[in-house]
Design a protein around this ligand. Structure first.
Ligand SMILES: Cc1cc2nc3c(=O)[nH]c(=O)nc-3n(C[C@H](O)[C@H](O)[C@H](O)COP(=O)(O)OP(=O)(O)OC[C@H]3O[C@@H](n4cnc5c(N)ncnc54)[C@H](O)[C@@H]3O)c2cc1C
Length: 431
């Protein structure tokens, strides 16, 4: 029996979404041409692409969870159309250009769907702040400025007083603002994407896939029903190794988020004078924050390997990051807290490929997957249908995740890496 990837607490974004949907469970056996397992950004992109190409074919989309309760609806909602590799001095220009095209494809696909179906998801292109909290971060941000300048990417530097006014905190030691980013209510987006799928995509939720056997056709056990499918897509993120694939190419990490109630009264101005904003840190272990259009604070912080932390521990981590940034915030500010899984690879490359006769899979979001997994899912559907493009060709070249050793070496390596990242947060790191 496979793990179903259920979480300790519901997604806070879904709890406050205006367009929540109720999912239907699988209650009968099915025979379809295409089966997509996983209704996150990757699986939804695959299903939409297949449906556009084969409007008369039966396509099934099956997920273990309720709609918009997966990582895709638990994230921070940053769609940064500027590949992180671009700001690393050592990444090749080939790789930078490919990533830029991939992200642009993801953005265009989502933008078109949101506009066509009027999806209510608070999509705003407002740019984002990149901030430094530590001495190490200040040096990193300085290097980033140089890389941005070398790549002719415009940015605005903030003084400490700008930071205080715009973000309402004196916690950061340095900050820049970049225009490349849209912010979104991720559960609103996901519900809208599910709801607007073409009619020939049958959607089933709370129906975990526990077994895949055969291959012509594939016989898939989902909940208590059986699906026979000619072609199967695995878009299951961190749980791909559960299906026997990419075991030594990816690992599961959990990260955590809290969403406050809308701030008003004495706390109305707590988050500064901008209507909304998004902040990402240069230090990998620091917190991501957002001010939403309805004046809530979203704070994402903390990591754990393999398993989700207990709820009390999650609240403790989030509360300590909140206090550091907003010491005047009320103690009970988070209305919702939750965790979500991400699939990490050793070199940041995603997993994309054919695992069997007509079995395809994609994963390896590396914690930034709204645009990327949308583009990769779409390209995987093209690949399975024999539709070529230069972007697909390049993507297949670049999607080569490095080898990750098995346990117990894996845990040792993860812990060593986390310790190294923690040391970067120490005041005298690098001296
Ligand atoms: C707290 C947090 C903050 C993040 N912030 C950002 C951000 O700001 N911007 C960004 O771009 N990315 C962000 N990410 C990453 C982003 O959420 C992921 O990259 C993205 O959601 C991955 O999409 P996916 O479709 O691959 O996986 P998922 O959304 O995880 O979808 C996989 C689906 O497969 C289903 N599944 C698994 N096993 C089975 C089974 N046996 N049977 C049936 N179904 C199964 C799961 O239920 C799930 O619905 C964040 C992630 C987290 C957790």
């Amino acid at each position: 029996m496979k793990e179903t990837g259920g979480y300790n607490t519901p997604s806070g974004w879904n709890a406050v979404a205006s367009n929540r949907i109720v999912g239907k469970r699988m209650q009968r056996d099915l025979k379809v041409r295409f089966l997509v397992i996983g209704a996150g950004f990757a699986g939804l992109a695959i299903a939409r692409r297949l449906a556009a190409r084969f409007p008369d074919e039966a396509i099934a989309l099956v997920d273990a969870l309720e709609p918009a309760e997966n990582s895709s609806a638990r994230n921070s909602g940053f769609m940064i159309n500027l590949p992180f590799a671009k700001i690393r001095a050592n990444s090749s220009s080939d790789q930078n250009q490919w990533q830029t095209r991939l992200m642009s494809m993801g953005q265009q696909l989502l933008e078109q769907t949101v506009a066509r179906h009027g999806i209510d998801c608070d999509w705003h292109t407002v740019g984002h702040y990149k901030v430094a909290t530590t001495q190490y971060g200040v040096t990193q941000l300085q290097q980033l400025r140089q890389t941005l300048t070398a790549n002719r990417i415009a940015y605005r530097s903030l003084s400490l007083s700008d930071i205080r006014q715009e973000l309402g905190t004196s916690h950061y030691r340095d900050a820049i603002w970049l225009s490349q980013c849209s912010l979104v209510q991720p559960a609103g987006l996901l519900n809208g994407l599910i709801d607007s799928l073409p009619q020939n995509v049958e959607r089933y939720f709370a129906s975990p896939v526990s077994r895949i056997s055969g291959s012509d056709p594939y016989v898939v056990q989902a909940g208590t029903s059986e699906i026979r499918a000619e072609t199967v897509f695995l878009a299951v993120n961190a749980l791909l190794p559960q299906f026997g694939h990419a075991k030594y190419r990816q690992l599961a990490m959990y990260t955590y988020a809290g969403l406050s109630r809308p701030l008003d009264g004495q706390y109305g101005q707590l988050l500064g004078n901008q209507q909304q904003w998004g902040v990402t840190p240069v230090e990998q272990l620091e917190a991501t924050t957002r001010k939403t259009p309805d004046n809530r604070l979203l704070l994402r912080a903390g990591f754990s390997y393999k398993a989700e932390l207990a709820c009390d521990e999650v609240r403790r981590i989030l509360q300590s990051k909140l206090q550091a940034r907003y010491p005047d915030a009320p103690a009970d500010m988070f209305e919702h807290t939750w965790g979500g899984a991400v699939s990490l690879t050793r070199n940041g490359q995603s997993v994309l490929g054919q695992f069997g006769r007509r079995l395809f899979g994609v994963s390896g979001c590396n914690a930034s997957g709204i645009l990327k997994m949308t583009a990769l899912g779409t390209l995987l559907a093209d690949m399975a249908c024999g539709v070529g493009s230069s972007l697909l060709q390049e993507t297949r070249i670049h999607c080569r995740p490095g080898y990750i050793p098995p346990e117990p070496f894996r845990t040792v390596a993860v812990n060593l890496n986390l310790q190294k990242l923690k040391r970067q947060l120490q005041p005298n790191y690098g001296n």
